[in-house]
Design a protein around this ligand. Sequence first.
Ligand code: NAI
Length: 507
Amino acid sequence: MPALESNTRIAVIGAGAMGSGIAQVAAQAGHPVFLHDQREGAAEAGRAGIARQLQRRVDKGKMSQQALDDIVGRIHPVAALEEVAEAGLVIEAIVEDLDIKRALLSRLEALCTDDTILATNTSSLSVTALGAGMKHPERLVGMHFFNPAPLMALVEVVRGLATDPTVAETVHATASRWGKKPVYATSTPGFIVNRVARPFYAESLRLLQEQAADAATLDALMREAGQFRMGAFELTDLIGHDVNYAVTCSVFNAYYQDPRFLPSLIQQELVAAGRLGRKSGQGFYRYGEDDERPQPQTEAMRESRASTVIVEGDLGPAGALTERLRAAGLTVIERAGKGQIRFGQAVLALTDGRMATERAATEGCHNLVLFDLAFDYASATRLAIAAADQASPEAIDDACALLQRAGFAVSRVADRPGLVVMRTVAMLANEAADAHLHGVATAADIDLAMQAGLNYPDGPLRWSDRLGSHRVFTVLSHLQRSYGEDRYRPSLLLRKNVFANKGLHHE
Ligand code: NAI
């Protein structure tokens, strides 16, 4: 289906943070926009806010005054809902309440022409449930923007049970024409992003609960090894713990309390204390004027006692380490083996989801020091290690010295299964695989959504393919065995693809 023409009238109901942003996006694409809010003056204030935003761009020379005047001139605040009757597309962005939204949709249906598309920007309500009271639920579709709408590229186009596919296609094409990256999703709790992202927060919170490391260290590892823009603690401080905790609880309950989505007691405590993050001045971190962010734990520099490194076998995703060690002036000897590095007394290996202590005992290799996943071992600036309880202090010194010599800041975390980045990425891929298995979205759309909606360095399914389905499956199986919890059960799709020897992204 083609996109709506740029002369099609767009109506936006609710002129809060989201409604104003959506009105701006539609006006920038050339549409006449009718903005309505039940609160007196809110629509005018919304338009004034848009003008202020755009003025900053004019001041920076990024937009002409004429363009600003044109965009703002296309936005018409309207006091009565009846004035949106002629719109070709109405997007509601009012309060997140099923009954209030249903009442609005019924009124809109009575007011608008038969072929007006009705869209909801809900982030947590079922599009199917919202449409249930309508005479023509086939014309209702989810159009889920992300905050701030003018800046965030992703739009989830959400199909309820009754949504007419051509309605979804029109909205998808229109979002594209507006310069967005739309993806299709079926109406399921959390749609794509709010579901698949849960492990990003959950695994860091779990590691904090288990005292694997402090918040600043875990955040630094997700940034500097995982190449995520922010770690889970700084990000939830920004989002607000009340909001993030509410989303987690809503997804958890909507999936009949599947342990995969189990909320964290640590976050519940923060909410209870009113430590909501930046907006309240304190969350995991403090945000007063004089408050400095705590530094991540970083091992003191060690002298290398050896100059020869032995790389045994294929290091898999960590293969680039070999070149990095060579470039650091070390003599590297490569020989057959099971994918590990020997340096002095230390034996280093990439985590496979078992604790170092367990693996050292099982493999009879006492001086085992595991290292974490990095998005790119050639450029990562920090890496986590976890040593087996049996490892000698000299072996740990040697492991630190080797990685420091290669230019890594080394953070030693307590010996927990799957370290930090590896278990988070494996769980993200697992959730993405299950979302795909359950028909929430295509694999390509899931990857696109996680990158465009949250700026992840790669889509979780493509990332899993780079690591290999077998490796991700092994990590998850080991996590599941270590914890004895259903939370870590590998997705059936991942399991099948291990045996089919194929990846997930092109599923
Ligand atoms: P907001 O509280 O900033 O704005 C809501 C606006 O709707 C208010 O101005 C209110 O006066 C108006 N309103 C309430 N009931 C109304 C009615 N019956 N008729 C007309 N106007 C009415 O809320 P926000 O954050 O803009 O969220 C709006 C919707 O967007 C919600 O469904 C929310 O779940 C969704 N959303 C929010 C995101 C966010 O990050 N804030 C992200 C994506 C979706």
